[in-house]
Ligand binder design. Sequence first.
Ligand SMILES: Cc1ncc(C[n+]2csc(CCOP(=O)(O)OP(=O)(O)O)c2C)c(N)n1
Ligand SMILES: [Mg+2]
Length: 351
Amino acid sequence: MNISLHDALINGNALDLNFADVKINLENESITVLLMQLEMMIKIRLAEEKIAHMRRGGYIGGPVHLGAGQEAVAVGVSTHLKKSDRVFSAHRSHAHLLALGSDIRRLFAELLGKSNGLVRGMGGSMHLWDQPNGFYGSVPIVAGTVPLAVGAGLAAKIQGKTDIAVAYFGDGAIEEGVVHESFNLASHFKIPILFICENNFFSSHMHLSQRQPSQLMSRFAHANNIPSEVVDGNNIVEVNDIAQTQIKNIRDGKGPQFLEAVTFRHYGHVDWQEDIDVGVNRSAEDLAQWKKFDPIKRLVSAMIDEDLINEVEIKNIYSRLTEEIHAAWQLAENDPYPDSSDLLNFVYRGE
Ligand SMILES: Cc1ncc(C[n+]2csc(CCOP(=O)(O)OP(=O)(O)O)c2C)c(N)n1
Ligand SMILES: [Mg+2]
């Protein structure tokens, strides 16, 4: 348990911890895993920057909820997942999907409404699905996928598998009653599920302090007898280590676990503007401070300090991945649109 973070949330002053000064400890970490995680975080960041740019330019028709700044959570957790696990998310799900190894071109195609998209171009950013990679779906109804994830976990248990379910949701979603029913049921029936609350302090434009008497989300896990951990969600190593233990416990039949990852999004609630929430308790100063805690920057500086990577290698990673993203966008742009005769098809499974 990260005691200082736990206490800071109860006292409502997480920003005072100044995560920028908390050095990521790379002792005992595998260089291969760190490099893979660094690349994946950069890939997701660059993909979202592309999406922001294209949405701003009017190329993407539907709204996009970007999670830049929160990549360490999805990447740290996904490192320990299998393709047969069952991952569910909500409106801000690009990182959760891509960290599982989903094809960026097919995500872009989906955002462009192309037939090669993850759901044939008929869903857009908030209705993603990629079951072969373990992504069972995102839905924009806040908290709507949490009980579905519990059901998928129950199914895995009944099938006698070691697969687990994963439910990503936010501090806003936890204000929906169905989340608490889900915690209760999962705990009572020892369902193999990891509940991950990305506590980014905001539900749309409202800060937690305007909505709840405490900023500690894991208090609800405690109320349901679910073991919980609070982590610095911008520290990939902390997320990685804790998620690894929690996922092992779930696979070992110990029932649900709860991970509260404290983090912050760089963009406003929806689309590309950063300042959309400013004036509603999301100040430009807070945003600037959180940007100093950027999970990618923090990992890069820790790896440079330990001589695990140098500036030239970092530059090479960025240029290779930028090219990859650019090529994926071009392919998606050239993909065809669905046929209008398909418009009413695929509404129900099996059609
Ligand atoms: C049932 C429901 N109520 C309200 C909304 C509107 N809404 C969309 S996103 C959102 C905020 C969710 O906040 P959180 O769960 O913390 O996720 P974050 O956006 O911070 O990632 C709200 C209220 C909705 N989509 N569904
Ligand atoms: Mg939130």
